[in-house]
Write a protein that binds this ligand. Structure first.
Ligand code: GDP
Length: 195
C-alpha cells in the first residue's frame, strides 16, 4: 500500500471528539511495549507517526490517524502497564468500551501480541472481550525476528492455540526490525477495511 498521507487528526478522550468523516476505521490495541507504535510506523513508512507507550500520569487518548484520506487508524493506549493506578485503569476501560461499542465505522481491531512469550492474562482478556462485542480481530505477532527461525512455526502455532482464535480471525507474524509480515499485514488490513 502506498501511504501518501499519514497524519494525526485528533487525540480524543470521548465521542464528541471523534472525527466526523464516515471513513472505515481500524483500531490498534496491545500491551504496553508490545511494538504497537513500531508496527503503525513501519506499515505507514513513517518514523514517528505513532509514538511509544505513553507515560503513566499523562492523559491517555485515542489517537486518530488519517491514512490517505481513506480511512482512520485508531491507536488505543497500551494496557498491562504495572504502574497504572486502579482509577486510571478504570478510566482507560471506560474510554475504550465507549469507543468499541459505539463506533459504527469500526471494522476491526488489530490486536498485537508479543510473539516471544505466551499471551498474558491481559492479552487473553482483551481478545475475549473484543469477541464478546463481535469485533473482527486481526492478530499481529510482533518481534518474530527474536525467535529462532527453526522454532518459529511451532512457536506461533502454540500462541494461536493458547488464544484459541476464532476461525474467522486471521494472524500475521511480524517484525518491524526486518519488515517481515508487512505485505501480509496490509493485505489483511485492506480486507478488513474493504479498501
Ligand atoms: P508500544 O509500547 O507497543 O508502542 O511499543 P514500541 O513500538 O514503542 O516498541 C517497544 C520496544 O520494542 C522498542 O524498544 C522497540 O524498538 C522494540 N520493538 C518493537 N517492535 C520490534 C520488533 O519487531 N523486533 C524487535 N526486535 N524489537 C521491536
Amino acid at each position: 500500500m502506498n501511504v501518501s498521507k499519514a497524519e494525526l487528526k485528533i487525540s480524543a478522550v470521548g465521542p464528541d471528539q471523534y472525527p466526523e468523516e464516515n471513513w472505515p476505521e481500524l483500531a490498534f490495541a496491545g500491551r504496553s511495549n508490545v511494538g504497537k507504535s513500531s508496527f503503525i510506523n513501519t506499515i505507514t513508512h513513517r518514523k514517528k507517526l505513532a509514538y511509544t507507550s505513553q507515560q503513566p500520569g499523562k492523559t491517555k487518548t485515542l489517537n486518530f490517524f488519517n491514512i490517505n484520506d481513506l480511512c482512520y487508524f485508531v491507536d488505543i493506549p497500551g494496557y498491562g502497564y504495572a504502574k497504572v493506578s486502579k482509577k486510571e485503569r478504570a478510566a482507560w476501560g471506560r474510554m475504550i468500551e465507549e469507543y468499541i461499542t459505539s463506533r459504527e465505522q469500526l471494522k476491526g481491531v488489530v490486536l498485537l501480541i508479543d510473539a516471544r512469550h505466551d499471551p498474558s492474562e491481559d492479552d487473553l482478556k482483551m481478545y475475549d472481550w473484543l469477541k464478546h462485542f463481535e469485533i473482527p480481530i486481526m492478530l499481529v505477532l510482533t518481534k518474530i525476528d527474536k525467535i529462532n527461525k527453526t522454532k518459529r512455526t511451532k512457536h506461533i502455532k502454540n500462541i494461536i492455540e493458547i488464544i484459541d482464535i476464532d476461525e474467522d480471525d486471521v494472524y500475521v507474524p511480524f517484525s518491524s526490525e526486518t519488515g517481515d509480515g508487512k505485505d501480509d499485514a496490509w493485505k489483511q488490513i485492506r480486507k478488513l477495511l474493504n479498501v
